[in-house]
Design a protein around this ligand. Structure first.
Ligand SMILES: CCCCCCCCCCCCCC(=O)SCCNC(=O)CCNC(=O)[C@H](O)C(C)(C)COP(=O)(O)OP(=O)(O)OC[C@H]1O[C@@H](n2cnc3c(N)ncnc32)[C@H](O)[C@@H]1OP(=O)(O)O
Length: 274
């Protein structure tokens, strides 16, 4: 069960007054706790939940994650180490799933843009029984052992966030099958969050005054198998490359049994003026 993979750290919860900003709060070395996070906009208490991924992600969607504390996972610079499971061979993606990294829950309610629940598609209008019943976002964090073990450089492709989701029976196209447009929406949002994490990498902050908002310029989805109503699944988002203002991602939606239901590719472009 997933619950066995979640370790709620009382110490972390007690100690966790985390400094958070989603704009320019992060020091160039990424040591925000140590350097006091010059430019921090928000001070929020964060109870961190650490999640060690199970061997097979089938277990992921079986627990009501929303019943845990609302957690804020801080998007901090992701250290540029070779990813430990991002080989092109997707079949190997979970082989080392119990070492090297863990996931931290991100809390949309702490983010101004997504806390406006009436206006946000996923957390507002389409959220609820029969619709998007769960959309829990986690960012992937390498643990210290993995950071030490892995040399800098190497492949730039890496998993950035995952989303643990479930969809009810009111968002179909064909009877019993979740509408492809809905799946595209779920992908788009997930990749948006991945961008939010990546943009705090230090080399992106060469000009801290430059715009940081990115929009989806291009989204392509391959639907591989029907995602039936009432299904649970996991979206995994991988960062592929960045060319100037253009940031490329790929993603896949897996069923709770690990079957690949859909694949997406996504181009985000940092806006010139926002
Ligand atoms: C912890 C905090 C968490 C916070 C979480 C919040 C998460 C929320 C997540 C929400 C997620 C929701 C996300 C949403 O739903 S965002 C909403 C949906 N998207 C939009 O509304 C975007 C609308 N489009 C635009 O605004 C502009 O067209 C953009 C800004 C995209 C480009 O206009 P701009 O004037 O800047 O572009 P440029 O002409 O200088 O070209 C620049 C380069 O880009 C290349 N190019 C341009 N277009 C395309 C294209 N379509 N395909 C491929 N390539 C394209 C172009 O060739 C050139 O390449 P190069 O010649 O340089 O090589």
């Amino acid at each position: 069960m997933m619950q066995s993979h979640i370790r709620q750290s009382g110490a972390a919860a007690a100690a966790a007054v985390a400094l958070f900003s989603y704009c320019t709060a992060f020091g160039r070395e990424g040591k925000k706790e140590e350097n006091g996070s010059v430019g921090v906009h928000h001070l929020v208490a964060a109870a961190l939940v650490e999640w060690r991924p199970p061997r097979r992600h089938a277990a992921i969607s079986s627990a009501p994650l929303t019943s845990f504390y609302p957690n804020l996972a801080i998007c901090e610079p992701i250290r540029d180490v070779e990813s430990d499971n991002d080989d092109d061979d997707d079949d190997n993606d979970d082989n080392d799933s119990d070492v090297g990294f863990y996931y931290l829950r991100m809390n949309p309610k702490e983010v101004e843009r997504t806390s406006l629940s009436d206006s946000h598609a996923i957390f507002g209008a389409l959220s609820g029984t029969g619709m998007i019943e769960r959309y829990d976002i986690y960012r992937r964090v390498l643990d210290d052992v993995a950071v030490e073990r892995k040399p800098r450089g190497g492949s730039s492709r890496r998993e950035v966030v995952i989303v643990n989701l479930s969809v009810g029976d009111k968002l179909n196209g064909h009877g019993g099958i979740v509408h492809g447009g809905i799946l595209s929406l779920l992908f788009d949002e997930a990749m948006g969050w991945a961008y939010e994490c990546l943009r705090h990498e230090d080399d992106w902050l060469d000009d801290p005054s430059s715009p940081v908002t990115a929009v989806t310029a291009n989204l392509t989805v391959d639907f591989r198998a029907p995602f039936v109503e009432g299904s649970e699944g996991v979206i995994r988002v991988y960062h592929d490359e960045r060319k100037g203002r253009k940031i490329y991602f790929t993603a896949k939606l897996e069923s709770k049994d690990g079957e690949e239901m859909a694949k997406g590719s996504f181009l985000a472009i940092r806006m010139k003026y926002l």
